[in-house]
Design a protein around this ligand. Sequence first.
Ligand code: SF4
Length: 253
Amino acid sequence: MMDNISVSQINLYLLCPLKYRFNYIDKLPKAFKPAELAMGSAMHSAVEWWHKQRQQGNYPEWEQVSRIFEADIQAQAMDEIRFKNGDDKESLIAKGRELLAVYLKEYPGRKPASVELPFRVPLVDLETGEELDVPLDGYFDLIETEDMVVELKTAAKTYDQTTILQHLQLTAYAYAYQVLYKRPANLRLDVLIKSKNVRMQSFEVGRDMQDMVRFFHIAKGVSRAIQDGHFYPNQGWQCPTCEFFETCRKWRT
Ligand code: SF4
């Protein structure tokens, strides 16, 4: 029996059910951390700190925000970070500083209303009233005034329309906001693109009733599959950077 489910859990199960089991059920130690995950985690820490400062009426300089990022990478490097394409810790820090400079310069939003706000909501089909036996847990990373819920991502290239349309985290935000506050959220996706010329793109995104009902059914399918013990490898592009690759090679039913 599961106590709750999050969008990270749903996304990981959809990516690879066996990886989900290794991570959330077996809780296996990870052999390393992929560099892109280390980057995402450190960016999240630095940006969260910046928004909390802004919420309190402070306006830290880029150098201060960069130091938060660098300290986070150094802490993560106490364990192994797995780099690729000739990158190393120093180049990762340099790229992160570059991304933060663009983010602070081009940030399109208003003053934060909430930063890192946790939520737990029942998972309900908004059309039929059917309710799952697990609630949805998560955090709103950033809510601005006028009900604007913001998701920040770093990516290697521009997001296409399908990726934005199917972005499950945004749909979960829309659903949780509607359930909690009884009014629709406005949604914005800010994407920092890590290409040679770093840039930021912002997309104002819509989610309607159909999207939220579909999200319910995705959560229902995944939570049932987990509770029924369906775990199998889904081999694909994600395997070369999988922390459980060696364990997976020895997997048997
Ligand atoms: S190596 Fe690939 S198939 Fe195996 S657990 Fe990892 S992601 Fe899944």
